[in-house]
Design a binder for this molecule. Structure first.
Ligand code: 5GP
Length: 116
């Protein structure tokens, strides 16, 4: 669920923190990851921070999850010939550091030893 302070991604949506925006509409924003782990490493983020992880998003707003995946595909079509990894780190032990759901779109050779 959302926390009382805005997440780093909400601050990016609000233009309070700079980011390289690669796609945006009324429901999602896509940005270059600040610490890329692959030649293409884009984060696709619902503008709402209501959902902490992909399971919550799937249960609460499956249409928004489908839209997020379609946005990821479009970015991969434009940047990586349509082939990509889609990673949702879920939980601290799985490497999640920002508890505002986001998909990592990764293409090209990954840095060794990491999935994002
Ligand atoms: P997680 O570890 O939660 O799956 O992914 C969070 C991702 O957000 C990390 O890959 C990290 O590099 C990225 N990130 C964290 N803070 C910022 C930021 O301020 N700007 C951008 N563009 N990416 C960020």
């Amino acid at each position: 669920m959302s926390t009382s302070t805005p997440s780093v991604f909400s601050k990016i949506v609000a233009r309070e923190i700079p980011a390289t925006v690669v796609a945006e509409d009324d429901r999602v924003i896509a940005i270059e990851d600040i610490a890329p782990k692959a030649p293409v490493h884009v984060l696709v983020i619902p503008k709402t921070e209501q959902y902490a992880n992909v399971a919550q998003l799937a249960a609460g707003d499956p249409d928004l999850l489908a839209h997020l995946v379609a946005t990821a595909q479009r970015i991969a079509d434009e940047r990586a010939g349509g082939q990509f990894r889609l990673v949702f780190n879920t939980g601290e032990a799985a490497g999640q550091t920002v508890f505002h759901v986001h998909a990592h779109v990764l293409a090209g050779e990954l840095q060794e030893g990491t999935l994002a």
